[in-house]
Design a protein around this ligand. Structure first.
Ligand code: GLY
Length: 431
């Protein structure tokens, strides 16, 4: 019997999930709500927004959906999985109490402290005066974080007290992030290589996914402002498998055990952002969902059956101890529109997608795309596409991905040219 699936969300992450699900032998119809123009070529689009929790559950019930996979964090934090489970529907994603790990950075810190998970020193404040006093006492550099969800914009890495003060004022006095900025964390700045560690969790079972590395800054050489992610690669050659197992224990298993002690069962993705500091790995933050663009490089490498894994986790059933991956790497390059990340440009015609997708090993995932009145594919947001390529080596994957990027054009397109470069150098040194 085939399983009909609903994927909630409309970005590159959801497009990659759909591509992975469609490779599964047991897949039936695939719906995406609300999706985007590119996803519409691979799934049936449903015009229901990701924050319409009841509308999504009504649809799943009406269509006999066997599995709903929730992409973005906001509906999970708002309790979409609770709504689904309350109606007897099978859903992949944690309940609101588990999603609070991403929904409240202060809560995540408290869980980490109870579970003995290494992380940066931090203090939480609910008013400007006490935060400012703490800032004067401890100085900069410091990281200022709005506690709640702020669409990826609530974190400032401040090099000076003035920068930190401006970020505090934005949260407390200008109320830029609304309720998400009612509580603010001042956190020690951690230095070191960053690692994205994603694991599928099914109550007490943990299935770690392959390591990935994300590039947050807009320009080559990690210059310029932070973005939602400009590219990614997997695996991460600088992390050896025994170290990785240790990090999974430290960051994921301890968290799942701590949540379980508190009576919270977690069924979904637990994603730890890790910094490999000189004094060992430390957890920077938790997310309660697949990463974007991490998913766009993990799914092309996954050889295990994605549908079976997600179904098992959604039902709280046993997971395999590990997944199967292509031995070669995957490199993903994000193409963003003019002005990103400060603004974005819509309506620019995108050309060259078919030629890029036809290249060996290359897949193109759509994030911000739409169709104009003439039926042309146009930009519709900041991050527009992720071009991903697998290869036998980082050298080959990078060659393929940048050939793909070179064939795609739209006015004002921006991308980084150094995605996976360090990994390629490491690979050449080993050869
Ligand atoms: N790649 C960062 C994120 O998904 O939050």
């Amino acid at each position: 019997m085939r399983t009909d699936v609903l994927v909630v969300g409309g970005g590159g992450r959801e497009h990659a999930l759909i591509s992975g699900l469609k490779r599964s032998a047991g897949i039936g119809r695939v719906f995406c709500a609300p999706g985007n123009a590119g996803i519409g070529k691979d799934a049936i689009l449903v015009p229901i927004k990701a924050d319409d929790l009841t509308g999504l559950a009504d649809f799943a019930e009406r269509e006999g959906i066997g599995l709903t996979v929730v992409g973005p964090e906001a509906p999970l934090v708002a309790g979409v999985a609770d709504v689904f489970r309350g109606r007897g529907l099978t859903v992949f994603g944690p309940s609101a109490d588990g999603a609070l790990l991403e929904g409240s950075k202060a809560f995540a810190k408290e869980v980490m402290a109870s579970a003995g998970i290494p992380t940066g020193e931090a203090a939480a404040f609910t008013d400007y005066g006490s935060a400012r006093a703490h800032l004067e006492e401890h100085g900069a550099p410091v990281v200022v974080k709005a506690d709640g969800l702020a669409a990826g914009k609530g974190v400032t890495v401040a090099s000076t007290i003035d920068e930190a003060d401006a970020a505090l004022r934005e949260c407390f006095l200008d109320r830029r992030f609304g309720d998400a900025g009612r509580t603010v964390l001042l956190e020690e700045r951690l230095l070191g290589e960053e690692l994205s560690l994603l694991a599928i969790v099914s109550d007490d079972w943990v299935l770690p996914l392959a390591a990935a590395q994300d590039y947050k800054r807009i320009h080559d050489g990690d210059k310029g402002p932070n973005t939602g992610g400009m590219g990614c690669y997997s695996p991460v050659p600088s992390v050896h498998s025994h170290d990785y197992e240790e990090i999974v224990d430290l960051a994921i298993r301890r968290t799942v055990e701590e949540l379980s002690r508190r009576g919270t069962s977690f069924r979904g993705v637990l994603y730890a952002g890790i910094i490999l500091t000189e004094s060992g790995p430390k957890v920077l933050e938790f997310n309660c969902r697949f990463g974007d663009p991490e998913t766009q490089v993990l799914i092309p490498r996954l050889r295990s059956d994605l549908l079976e894994i997600l179904l098992a986790a959604a039902r709280g059933e046993e997971l395999p101890a590990s997944a199967e991956w292509t031995p070669g790497p995957c490199v993903g390059v994000v193409m963003a529109s003019d002005g990103y990340p400060e603004s974005s440009s819509n309506g620019d015609v995108i050309r060259g997608l078919e030629a890029a997708s036809a290249l060996e090993g290359v897949e193109v995932f759509h994030s911000g795309t739409a169709q104009n009145r003439e039926g042309e594919l146009v930009t519709a947001g900041g991050r527009v596409l992720t071009v991903s390529a697998v290869g036998a080596s980082f050298g080959e994957a990078r060659k393929r991905v940048y050939s793909g990027v070179g064939l795609i054009s739209f006015d004002g397109a921006q991308h980084r040219t150094d995605i996976g470069h360090r990994a390629q150098i490491a690979e050449q040194i080993r050869e």
